[in-house]
Design a protein around this ligand. Sequence first.
Ligand code: AP5
Length: 214
Amino acid sequence: MKIIMLGAPGAGKGTQAAKIAAHYDIPHISTGDIFRANIKQGTELGKKAKAYMDAGALVPDELVVDLVVDRIGQDDCAKGYILDGFPRTIPQAESLTEALMAKNEAIDCAIDVEVPDENIINRMSGRRYCPGCGATYHIVSIPPKKEGICDNCGAELILRDDDKAETVKKRLEVYHDQTQPLIEYYQGQGKLRAVDGTKPMEEVFEAILHALGE
Ligand code: AP5
């Protein structure tokens, strides 16, 4: 199963991608998490990506495409994978389609998690991120068992640098301008499935499984 998660920043792509990956036992590949891990490790890629991310802009396509194409070629992706945060522009989607076609493969499904802009700012200010394992929480709707501490790895949870209200507004603009056109792109390929992301997390997950034919 090869799945793409689409949706605005904060729509719940990462939350749902983690659940889908566990359900199908396939890798969850988040480009945002890959960049954040590189920033934490101080790599050249991390240094380049940080300036774009902090400004709410997209990292240039040339820094993303090869990285993802290489990642999905690894052995653990043989059964499939879920892409969270990639593709994010039409050129990225076209590069992915071409790279898969060269192997006689294609994406099975692109899931669009729909959440209106007005819900997003509130979600982002309440989001807490685990820099240890990448898990995501929300202080009201999906709190950790112990306040401020990751359930999975015990690390201290943080507010992401790019979750400040001003940066979120910029990220939403960038989403509408550069990423939303992908909805039409995958609709045109008959691959798009939309789910209502304003529902509680478990209901969204059930809707996604249904969209995937379960
Ligand atoms: P990335 O990390 O991918 O950020 P994003 O797409 O903006 O998405 P988010 O991680 O902010 O949100 P999400 O949809 O995963 O929501 P979540 O599940 O956390 O990318 C960050 C940056 O990296 C980009 O801005 C860009 O600079 C760069 N980048 C990454 N990929 C790139 C690419 N391909 N090309 C170029 N640049 C790239 O949920 C949000 C909150 O809501 C959480 O608190 C969660 O607990 C809560 N929540 C989730 N579901 C529900 C629900 N049903 N009800 C209530 N609360 C919920």
